[in-house]
Design a protein around this ligand. Structure first.
Ligand code: AMP
Length: 280
């Protein structure tokens, strides 16, 4: 497994790979890997001749320095996991490699999708994601990029970005991997204390209840949202920030579920902000 810190090295190696007629699978991450990341890696390894994973905690997509510094990191453990998963290349740039001199005059904005849903609560977040992903996809070159549906709006933003800018990339959305009690795996889960961790299971539980209600015929978005609001009110450690039934392409709220829809939410468990969603 090659662990590369330089953009030029990654670009050169992947250009050689494609020149030999081989395909490239790419999994962008912020590290502190878990089974959710590994599921994407497994798909990328199986579906391509070479798998490249990037590990970069992107300052552009964090609103506060505090959240950025608190983001968990363990590069050695990550590399051991990736080696075991059959990854050929890991790109681990330092901040100065991605943003030399901390200067970046060009930003990518995917609007209006990036301003609704999560974007309404985290201004600038999706611009940061779109900008770093444009850079990473430019460095990696033509590939299949594997993304988790846990970050459903991020998937929609990247599909739009690739389409709008004609990037030679196929986005492959992958299912959310969950813990035994249903909690969506996330690098942020390590920040939960034992009581918070127990309480957090209420998030998937209420989401699944609302999904079941939708499957049994409840069409009103307000009714589905109320199931989640009521369910989470009983957990004093959880503060729901928002819950919305949205169109999966635009992330605009729908009044009635007619075709495919997503129930998306963000909630604070103690001071940790978690997001989750289910498809209906
Ligand atoms: P992150 O390191 O949080 O930026 O995530 C990197 C990639 O892993 C993104 O495409 C995420 O959507 C995906 N991912 C994170 N958690 C999960 C999960 N529980 N199941 C599936 N994919 C995930």
């Amino acid at each position: 497994m090659s662990v590369l810190e330089r953009k030029a090295e990654v670009r050169a190696l992947l250009e050689r790979t494609r020149a030999e007629g081989k395909t490239v699978g790419f999994v962008p991450t912020m590290g502190f890997l878990h089974e959710g990341h590994l599921a994407l890696v497994e798909r990328a390894v199986k579906g391509n001749d070479l798998c490249v994973v990037s590990i970069f905690v992107n300052p552009l997509q964090f609103e506060s320095n505090e959240d950025l510094t608190a983001y968990p990191r363990d590069l050695e453990r990550d590399l051991a996991m990736l080696e075991g998963a059959g990854v050929e290349v890991v790109f681990t740039p330092l901040e100065d490699e991605m943003y030399p001199g901390r200067r970046l005059d060009t930003r990518i904005t995917v609007g209006p999708l990036s301003r609704v849903g999560e974007g309404a609560f985290r201004p600038g977040h999706f611009d940061g994601v779109a900008t770093v992903c444009t850079k990473l996809l430019s460095i990696v070159g033509p590939c299949r990029a594997y993304l988790g549906r846990k970050d459903a709006q991020q998937v929609a933003v990247l599909i739009r970005l690739v389409r709008d800018l004609d990037l030679p990339v196929e986005i492959v959305p992958c299912p959310t991997v969950r813990e035994q009690d249903g909690l969506a795996m996330s690098s942020r889960n390590v920040r939960l204390g034992p009581d918070e961790r127990r309480a957090a299971a209420a998030i998937p539980k209420t989401l699944f209840e609302a999904r079941d209600a939708a499957m049994s015929g409840t069409r009103s978005a307000a009714e589905l949202e109320t199931i989640i609001e009521r369910g989470l009110q009983t957990e004093p450690l959880i503060k729901l920030q928002y819950v919305e039934v949205v169109d999966p392409a635009t992330f605009l709220r729908v009044e009635q579920v007619e075709g495919a829809a997503l129930i998306t939410l963000a909630a604070f468990v103690g001071s940790t902000r978690l997001i989750d969603n289910v498809q209906i």
